[in-house]
Design a binder for this molecule. Structure first.
Ligand code: FAD
Length: 449
């Protein structure tokens, strides 16, 4: 006979706030936060990583971004410019056939399997003993004399208080810096986000053979009938199984929960509209297609910190090298300020621009460093350096700085020691299995992000 479980009474205890402590607490597990957490662990720090989402990976996973940009230099023979844990992740993706390169915007981008990224991130965190606090929303920060002492974090199972020596704000929206009472900056007009999608059961040979202008022309001509607002973007075959990745919608990304939820629904309606339009216009490629994945709202840019220095568009265009450089990329300025299309400013073969550590250090705080898409940059400059290659480089710099700072201030970091720690992200140019694939003769041009 089956031994069924019995039951018992449980009661809430008066103070159920759980206390946690770490050398370093990273808020956000996207490209920047994940890189910061893993690099900091490699440098010997005890790390806790917090994310509001129930899964690790940030937008790279939840928003189904699907390609890594800003990782290679420009021109006909690109080389990789960002290393560190990125090397480890790419080794795994490469070994399992979960990434592939394509030419776009005068450089290389890497398509990756979204599930593979998530599984790599989870395994990397768990196997190193980094504690993941997921489904956990940062909602307050206690600050004393310019130092964040503790964070209050809400979960469905009750509250946590986290104390740490240093903190990385990799929240994408500068949530930690904001809650610590610092002023932030935002663009004076909308920078649109996107609902990404993956379609399955597509004839990818036919779909991939069409020039992208064919899709854009259909979107311009009939998009309004299908509820579409955008007339550009990319669609390309990925991995296996008749799947294509689409970046062809635009949505507002308000910093308010109900508004963002409604924008997400509106974006998914645009995805349904795209599917119906493509079925109608291109039945030979999309006649059997269905939506396999709808991403969560993809947020490009919201609030940015006010740092010790600010990346300007001029610095991006000229490629000037700041004294405290910690990373670099050559990705175009990719501005989503128009509903219908995207402004691209693509750079030449020998172009490279640089990220100063000063843009990662909020003015009024000593033990917080920021990484990812909320560093201090003019909106059009951020429209380049926010992509995932440089996010990894910023995560590495944040971790290296955390390993150096002790009980001091990020504002007084030994820049030379920091640069020694991230040296290969400043100056090493490598070939990898994907750069070898692409020469001027074999490269296929495709749309970027
Ligand atoms: C639609 C779209 C397409 C893009 N395409 C590409 C592309 O093809 N290639 C590319 O390289 N880049 C692309 N980008 C840019 C790139 O994806 C992002 O800029 C990058 O992923 C940002 O990483 P991040 O770590 O800074 O932030 P995110 O990935 O946004 O991670 C931030 C994390 O912080 C968490 N968080 C926020 N607030 C709190 C809080 N209060 N408490 C707890 N956790 C919190 C969030 O849950 C999230 O997981 C695209 C962006 C968008 C929106």
């Amino acid at each position: 006979m089956t031994d069924h479980p019995g039951s018992r009474t449980i009661r809430r205890q008066p103070d159920q706030t759980r206390a946690l402590s770490a050398d370093l607490c990273v808020v956000g597990s996207g490209a920047a936060g994940l890189s910061a957490a893993l690099e900091a662990h490699e440098l010997g720090l005890d790390v806790l990583i917090v994310d509001a989402s129930p899964q690790l990976g940030g937008q790279a996973v939840g928003s189904a971004i699907g390609t890594i940009c800003g990782l290679y230099s420009n021109g006909e023979s690109p080389h990789r410019v960002t290393h560190g844990v990125m090397d480890r992740m790419l080794e795994t993706l490469s070994r399992n056939g979960d990434a592939a390169a394509r030419r776009a915007r005068n450089t290389l981008i890497l398509d990756y399997s979204i599930n593979a990224w998530m599984r790599w991130a989870e395994d990397a965190v768990a196997s190193r003993g980094i504690r993941p606090l997921t489904g956990a929303v940062l909602r307050a920060a206690a600050v004393d004399s310019g130092r964040v002492r503790s964070l209050e974090i809400a979960t469905r199972w009750g509250d946590y208080r986290v104390e740490a020596n240093t903190f990385v704000d990799a929240s994408g929206d500068a949530a930690l810096t904001w809650l610590a009472g610092q002023p932030l900056t935002e663009a004076d007009r909308s920078i649109y986000g996107t609902i990404m999608a993956v379609f399955e059961d597509v004839d990818t040979d036919i779909c991939g053979a069409y020039p992208r202008e064919k899709y854009h022309e259909a979107m311009r001509r009939r998009g309004a009938d299908f509820g579409l607002v955008r007339h550009d973007g990319f669609i390309f075959p990925v991995a296996r199984g008749g799947r294509v990745l689409l970046n062809m919608t635009h949505i507002e990304t308000p910093q308010e929960a109900i508004g963002l939820a409604l924008a997400g629904i509106e974006g998914r309606q645009q995805i349904d509209g795209l599917l119906n339009l493509f079925r109608d216009e291109f039945p030979e490629a999309f006649g059997q297609a269905r939506v396999a994945i709808y991403g969560q709202p993809g947020i490009r840019q919201t609030r940015t910190i006010q740092g010790r220095s600010r990346i300007t568009v001029d610095q991006v265009r000229t490629g000037s090298v700041p004294d405290d450089v910690i990373g670099r990329c050559s990705w175009p300025i990719e501005l989503h300020t128009e509903l219908a299309d995207t402004h691209w400013e693509v750079f030449d073969a020998d172009h490279m621009h640089h990220i100063p550590f000063g843009a990662m250090v909020p003015k009024g705080l000593d033990n917080v460093v920021v990484a990812g898409r909320c560093i201090d940059a003019e909106p059009a400059a951020l429209a380049s350096v926010r992509v995932m290659g440089p996010c990894f480089a910023m995560g590495r710099a944040a971790a290296t700085a955390a390993s150096l700072v002790g009980s001091g201030s990020f504002h007084q970091i030994d820049v030379q020691a920091l640069q020694n720690g991230v040296g290969d992200n400043i100056s090493r140019n490598t070939r990898d299995p994907w750069t070898a694939e692409f020469t001027a003769e074999t490269g296929r041009e495709a749309d970027g992000a």
